[in-house]
Design a protein around this ligand. Structure first.
Ligand SMILES: [Zn+2]
Ligand SMILES: [Zn+2]
Length: 360
């Protein structure tokens, strides 16, 4: 393997809808840590919502001026002392929150919910993330990337696909189910893709952006796509024999769309909210209680479920990279964030080496 330079380029997000590329020292892996050569780093809606425009996040979403990017995937160049499983040359996905490892949430594998104020640090938020040539990660945060999957496939498992898979496992999806997806951004598209593989009978999507609606149909991820509007509940009922869908997944965080997700779900149905932020208003008796419905909230996933998802992606021959519409080199990172912020795209990735050579 080629020698590792001492300095690298990395991108930070100053919070005024710009990016700044700076030079950083290439870190040296300490005990239990590895140094990755970055291969793919995808942009998430939460990067735009909480960091890019303005640093709005608090606590777990508080951005501390580090190298951005919480969906990293790369190859191990060097391991620090005490690594137990992974070695140089391994292809890995980084679970994007490093937890203390010993609180109840970490022990369940949900480092996203780690309760340690001192040790819970998310990559790209409170510790350096994937928008750089190299990344320092903890071995315990790594998931092996199978040979059948590309680094761009892996980058999307870290947050988007993992989050969706968790939500779908909570509500359960099978061939019995028609599914409504509100919001057809990258998370909504991933929902359509996973629902297909889980055998959903019929998939209905709702969005406002034409590009996204068309993408969902062109990629075969939805059977029907509705333009967001006041007739949506009636339309969904009409498409489902007057009943509504058995399952609904909100990926929009929009108040009206969330209410639609609840109301367009049939009796005994299950709804999961994945979209972050915002509000919702509904009538508990009429919309939920009298129809015996269950509403779930779901935040990211656990590291064991990420491993399970990676195995299933191979089994299903499902490649999240198919939903990447644009690839950029690190020195064009400003264009990557600007495009994602505009929303007229699928998933946007910053790529390196062989992943940059792939036509995007
Ligand atoms: Zn994310
Ligand atoms: Zn913890």
């Amino acid at each position: 393997m080629s020698t590792i330079p001492t300095a690298m380029q990395g991108a930070i997000l100053p919070g005024n809808s710009t990016t700044r590329l700076s030079e950083f020292l290439v870190p040296e892996p300490a005990h239990g840590e590895v140094l990755l050569r970055m291969k793919a780093s995808t942009i998430c809606g939460s990067d735009i919502r909480c960091i890019y425009h303005e640093h709005l996040g608090k606590g777990a979403e508080g951005y501390q001026g580090v190298i951005a990017g919480h969906e990293p995937c790369g190859q191990i160049l060097k391991t620090g002392p005490g690594c137990r499983r992974f070695q140089a040359g391994d292809r890995v996905i980084v679970y994007h929150i490093s937890g203390c490892g010993v609180c109840n949430d970490c022990r369940r594998g949900y480092m996203i919910s780690c309760t340690s104020e001192k040790y819970r640090r998310a990559y790209g938020w409170q510790r350096d993330g994937g928008m750089a040539e190299y990344l320092l990660a903890e071995e315990k945060d790594l998931v092996r990337l199978p040979d059948e999957l590309s680094y761009v496939d892996g980058a999307q498992v870290a947050c988007g696909f993992g989050t969706v898979y968790e939500g779908l496992e909570k509500i359960g999806i099978s061939g019995n189910d028609a599914v409504l997806i509100t919001g057809l951004g990258p998370v909504g598209l991933a929902t359509g893709a996973l629902c297909r593989k889980l055998g959903a009978n019929r998939i209905i999507g709702i969005d406002v952006v034409e590009e996204r609606m068309r993408l969902a149909l062109d990629l075969g991820l939805c059977d029907e796509v509705l333009k967001s509007g006041p007739e949506n509940v009636a339309d969904v009922r009409r498409l489902t024999g007057g009943h509504g869908t058995e399952r609904a997944v909100d990926c929009s965080a929009n108040a009206a769309a969330r209410a639609t997700a609840i109301r367009a779900t049939r009796k005994w149905g299950r709804i999961v909210f994945l979209g972050e932020g915002g509000k919702v208003e509904f009538n508990p008796s009429e919309d939920m209680i009298h129809d015996q419905k269950t509403l779930y909230g779901s935040w990211v996933t656990s590291i064991w479920r990420m491993e399970e998802l990676v195995e299933r992606l191979v089994r299903w021959n499902l490649h999240p990279s198919d939903f990447v519409t644009h690839r950029f080199a690190l020195d064009a990172v400003d264009k990557a964030y600007a495009l994602m912020a505009g929303g007229r795209c699928g998933k946007v990735a910053v790529c390196f080496d062989e992943e940059l050579a792939v036509a995007g």
